[in-house]
Design a binder for this molecule. Sequence first.
Ligand code: UD1
Length: 414
Amino acid sequence: MPRLKVIGGNVLTGEVAASGAKNAVLPLLAATLMMDGHSTLTNVPNLMDVNIMIKMLNALGVRAEYHRGHVKVANLKKVRHIAPYELVTAMRASFFVAGPLVAKTGYAKVPLPGGCSIGSRPIDIHLKGFECLGITHKIEHGFVELRAKKIIGNTVYMDFPSVGATENVMMAASLGEGTTIIENAAREPEVWDVGQFLVGAGARIEGLGTSTIVIEGVPTLQGHEHPTISDRVEAGTLLIAAAMTKGDITVTHVVPEHLEPLLQKLKASGMEITVNETSIRARYVGVLKAVDIETQPFPGFPTDMQAQMMALQIIADGTSVVTENIFENRFMHAHELLRMGANIRIHNGAAYVTGVPRLSGAEVKITDLRAGAALILAGLAAEGETIVHGLQHLRRGYDDFPGKLRTLGAHIIE
Ligand code: UD1
């Protein structure tokens, strides 16, 4: 199994560019199923998950190719209806093809994506949203079958502002008839980016970035070129690396407003944060203080940054309470951090983290993508060697994370 070795103790300094956002590019790729002709996505990160989505498009009869940060898609023939089991089960986000497929062809058969290590992750909100638009579903033999003679605009109230359900419903409604209003929509920047891609293709969408999105259906969407927004989670992880190594890191190619919830916490920890138009500098200037973290939908503190922020709390001064509200099982990294000498107690859905003066390198195992980043961050701050197993999880969603850290001075051997 792939693993890497982190030799802790180096102070990280310098400048590094954020890649395109994983959570934007996956639904963007799915949306090309609905767009006639040629589409090009730029600023695409080189990730295992992107590779899986490209395989999915090809399996559905759309030609898609990755080359040096671009994906070119040619949607010239009839799109197929059935999403392969091995691709959907390899990556939950493959379920993003459901909305585009049923909108484009009137029928989709997609395997149930199932849960993952951070939680059960049902799809009821997606299905309820589809139903409001006249898309019926049947679940049988592990597949969801979706059917719609035509998609009819309606008001869709999201019981929870699910990112994936908002994107799926928005995509499907774009090729519907009449007006769809999504209430309690997710406000994440990645939802905005998918909306912008659709608008560029001819969709009529208003209210992106707010909790009410209004979509006027159009009969067709045209392929075009779109730049993927930058990855706020990757950028945030690199800024935390500055704090953990008493360093000074500038991350470029970012949209600073997208990182506001994290920047507030880093400032409260005692980091000096300087924001420019498209870059953020984080500089260690003295003792790091513990801060409480509570995950919420955007613009709250992102669940995708919780593990990395917990890694910072294990060396901060004082006790921090980390509350995870989005996923029910997202503290797996805590058990691995304990191996490195962290002081963490989990009780009633919250982690109580008391900072320790030193961490010691250990063998640890990555259980999910962001947990992987947290363990590497802890390794950078620890004394001695940390061997990180389960690297495949990290490669799903970080574009050469070890390489980026090395350019900042980290000692990491792959
Ligand atoms: C997306 C992100 C993921 C991030 C998450 C929350 C992508 C590819 N992934 O995942 O990195 O952690 O947003 O910001 O964009 N839920 C239901 N029923 C549903 C849908 C969701 O109960 O039909 C629950 C989930 O189990 C979870 C919560 O709602 O507890 C949030 O999920 P959601 O916002 O849908 O996350 P994803 O789109 O799966």
